[in-house]
Write a protein that binds this ligand. Structure first.
Ligand SMILES: Nc1ncnc2c1ncn2[C@@H]1O[C@H](COP(=O)(O)OP(=O)(O)OP(=O)(O)O)[C@@H](O)[C@H]1O
Ligand SMILES: [Mg+2]
Length: 319
């Protein structure tokens, strides 16, 4: 039985009909015992990921252009900030980068991203949310949402013909910049709290020129309320309209501890729910999927699986 089948079995009847894709990620190669699992996992995951892809054709790839990064409005008083990602440090801390070569983790995310990219630009029915808005969520804290959001963003950005915006929408406990080794900056909250702040004022370009970041921004006691607000819905729409050729990945709060995550999900075109191997209970998964009921394109990532011990170096092949 493949690891995916085992994962699906574990989730049991929790999986709704539209829980479209599943993929398995082993623990990343940060520490010595690491990327152990991966070996067989991607090959096992490949059919599931491929199967999950919507048959609709993906739109033609769009080359990243500087134009999409230009500030709107009064450009003369706006500067686009650039941050330097330390790719070697990211690689050493177990994240996907172009600097680390072809690791098991890179291969895992290559498989995970494929159906998501395909659906991001597929034709959609009237009333559907834009497929390029992808939210990463999970039932509880610590299951790997931020890890998966950053890795997915990096993996897609490495494709060159896709441009990615990574949004830290976990506004109460932001961790995207920290995980990337960067200091906190203005961001989402500042746009929501201050009408004069435009997205272009706070969006960060990076040295990976197909990747930009919208940080969570200044902390506010109203953070969770704002995330579920109509203003946030409008902002998400604005992002979708302004950057229709980008894949926008939202790192978000856990579904079971917050209600705003569920509201945010209703604005997304695709949801990726991270399930932590040997930790997330079936009950938690069922409850989370219940919260996502009615939303299309719900995908599962089975994270931190240790079922396939191996080494970090890894010969990848499609099964
Ligand atoms: N596949 C993996 N391999 C190794 N470490 C991982 C993996 N997935 C997550 N982690 C680690 O687990 C910890 C929790 O991950 P992360 O911060 O991404 O979780 P989270 O769901 O975003 O948590 P929170 O809800 O608190 O924001 C981090 O230290 C992260 O590096
Ligand atoms: Mg997180």
């Amino acid at each position: 039985m493949s690891i995916i089948e085992k994962a699906a079995n574990r989730l049991g009847q929790a999986r709704p009909a539209d829980a479209a894709a599943e993929a398995t990620i082993p623990p990343a190669p940060a520490a010595a015992p690491v990327a152990e699992a991966a070996h067989a996992a991607p090959a096992a995951a490949a059919p599931a990921a491929a199967q999950a892809a919507t048959p609709a054709a993906a739109a033609a790839p769009v080359m990243p252009t500087l134009a999409t990064l230009q500030p709107h409005g009064d450009a003369s008083r706006r500067t686009t900030h650039t941050v330097e990602l330390d790719l070697m440090r990211m690689h050493e801390s177990g994240l996907v980068t172009a600097a680390g070569g072809r690791t098991a983790l890179v291969e895992d995310f290559r498989i995970i991203k494929r159906p998501l990219i395909k659906r991001a630009f597929a034709a959609r029915k009237q009333g559907d949310n834009p497929g390029n808005l992808i939210m990463i969520t999970s039932s509880l804290p610590g299951e790997g949402k931020t890890f998966c959001a950053i890795n997915l963003a990096m993996s897609i950005a490495m494709e060159l013909d896709h441009t990615v915006l990574l949004v830290d929408a976990d506004v109460a406990r932001p961790s995207v910049l920290r995980t990337l080794g960067l200091p906190a900056q203005r961001g989402l909250m500042d746009i929501l709290l201050d009408d004069s702040v435009d997205m272009a004022d706070v969006m960060l370009r990076t040295n990976v020129n197909t990747l930009s970041i919208l940080p969570a921004g200044t902390s506010s006691p109203r953070a969770t309320e704002l995330l579920a607000s109509h203003m946030m819905k409008n902002l998400v729409n604005e992002i979708a309209n302004r950057y229709p050729d980008r894949i926008v990945i939202f790192d978000s709060p856990p579904l079971l501890l917050t209600s705003e995550s569920h509201v945010l999900a209703s604005n997304m075109g695709q949801i990726v729910m991270v399930v932590e191997s040997e930790r997330t209970t079936q009950h938690a998964v069922k409850e989370s999927l219940r919260q996502l009921e009615g939303l299309s394109n719900v995908n599962l990532i089975y994270n931190k699986s240790r079922e396939f011990p191996g080494t970090e170096t890894y010969d990848y092949h499609y099964g």
